[in-house]
Design a binder for this molecule. Sequence first.
Ligand code: ATP
Length: 773
Amino acid sequence: MSPDAPPPPLEGKKRRIAVMTSGGDAPGMNGAVRAVVRMSIAQGCEAYAVYEGYEGLVQGGDMIREMKWDDVRGFLSEGGTMIGTARCMSFKERWGRLKAAKNMVVKGIDALIVCGGDGSLTGADLFRSEWPSLMDELVEKKELTAEQVEPFKHLNIVGMVGSIDNDMAMTDATIGCYSSLDRICESVDWIDATAESHQRAFVVEVMGRHCGWLALMAGISCGADFVVIPENPPSGNWEEEMCKVIKKHRDLGKRKTIVIVAEGAIDTNLKKIPCTVIKDLLTNKLHLDTRITTLGHTQRGGSPCAYDRMLATLQGAEAVKAVLEATPSTPSPVISIVENKIVRKPLLEAVKQTQEVAKAIEAKDFARAMSLRDAEFTEYFEAFKITTATVQPQMMLPPEKRMRIGIMHVGAPAAGMNPATRAAVAYCFARGHTPVMIHNGFPGLCRHHDDQPIGAVRDVSWLDAEAWASEGGSEIGTNRGLPSEDIETTAMCFTKYNIQGLFIVGGFEAFRSVSELRKARAYYSSFKIPMVILPATVSNNVPGTEYSLGSDTCLNSLIEYCDVLRQSASSSRRCAFVVETQGGASGYVATITGLSIGAVAVYTPEEGINIKMLDRDIDYLRESFAKDRGQNRAGKIILRNEKASKIYTTEVIAGMIAEEAKGRFECKPAIPGHFQQGNRPSPMDRIRATRFGIKSLQHLETFAEMGKNEIADDPMSTTVIGVVGAKVRFSPMEEVERRGTDWANRRPKDEFWRELKGIVDTLSGRRNLHPVV
Ligand code: ATP
């Protein structure tokens, strides 16, 4: 065996992997613990939990406990951390770490997965680097024998970032940050209603001592007027700057004012900016009736959102994989996410870069502080300035570069359509373009041409669009109609309204529409303009992207629905539910919901349903209800995509299971239907809508001075903007249509999430107990 190969199991023993949560609690930590425990067991290892963070490691004994498969049942939907967390001073001392090391050897543990913030991960890395010397010291002090420590020469450490602040470098999101943002946005949405009614101003303080991510994202998501964040303090005369912006918004007709302040807000002299100072300014200078709301610990609480459950689950599974693949010379990794890709990054560097931000702020080097956050953060900051109409006049383009940009929604409504449109409109105003709002999609455009009384092509003001930041559905109306239904009138309308660029927000029909327009360029020169589709559909089935606006909101609605169903079963009697999800011919929604709630089984159109599967799952349900012996009575969920099978409908499956249960448990069908579209867009859908909306318009304007034929010859003139792995990119329609589209099933040919289905099956236990043969 190579000296740098992963260690084999100890003689006759399984490897023991421990997991702990440390630092501040964050929603999703429980999902991480569940995934580590179950994935470890599924990989033939033994799983241990260290209770109360490093305190448990130092104390040892019963604070380090073996975890069995069923011990983590129900963990996914719980907020906080069920294995506890603590701030532990003794682990910062060598004697504390020595005790911790001894406890680990005594328990036979040689791998530790830590879910916490940068402090916790610094401690973990220090522990690993000291490990050989700790082993020597334990032998020297006769606490352990050389034989005892021999099999524990190397310690594996893997980090997972659990923190609501999203303050860690090298990852786009930390476990818990989106749940926390959810809490903040919900509260600000409520505050909005009362602020609007009384024309009041509110100063809302959110968490973030050294990091403004929550404040900035809440500002974008809720259409706040001003944000104050530690990385980019407002200029020396920020008081005047803020009042100017707010006065401008009021003059434009805004009835409410929201200022979001990060807990660690400072001015350029590092002087804290307290909410009271902002309140006094708004009251005395602008004569606004102003209140302060400090959201406090509500931001940490509650059940994790779908994204955090998914992130925690995928990262937990990856952490176990990293442990099993580690060699003595592998640097400790931290499990990160970049856009849509789970990746491993060097833990030490990630921690170092994170700490650099605080140092840069201390040194008043704010440009460096911003640059140390990822590029996306700066992009979001610019987006906030654009949507709040606070950009500098130099952003305005010269007249010859200004365009008339058609904006429309196509397909079924999806959360995120409105915020994307708001961002596009604000961008147009910031640059001098004219937004041409086309109401009710292509049929609306053609009807308008007939001079119907309801005009479908309208002007829009900044204030009109401003209200759409947090609205669900489609304010300008959406329609499934395709241009081919009346291509001639469509072309005529493009000419009549002098549309020089087109921004379409929508689902598969939007994709098909742009494909039709692109092909019709051969006959109609009015289509020789740049066009971008921003995918928006709950089904997440648009080729060219792994993420569509609205899909995150849909997942949140579905997990809420499933959590309620489960709860209802726990108070009555044992019950399984077959829940029918939307998604068209794509199993994305069903699979990711399955991952986020811990479904027993997921049926997708890609795999279909057959009698063997049903037989196996009925057996599995029977066994797992029998094993519960009443201590865990929460309902069990099977997810079935609406098009998974023509014969095995939701009712048929529920009936078959109920019949086979022979009275030992019940089984009911449940169809959430349009509930899945959700109400208000989730924060993720809102912020990505804003970022991608602005990016789309930036792309369109690169064609401003090109001739029609030159545009038509450029493959980048018809694109779909999307997330592809770790990147946000514009993909040329022609290529995506040809290579990436399964037209018959209205979905991408390669669906990135297909490989995740195996994780759902592994973590539910379905794969181990009843492997598909
Ligand atoms: P949060 O982001 O919520 O603050 P955190 O992980 O950064 O999370 P800390 O309080 O900094 O929270 O650290 C948690 C625990 O990690 C500490 O109580 C301590 O036990 C351990 N720890 C932190 N820094 C170190 C260090 N430099 N050396 C050893 N252990 C440390």
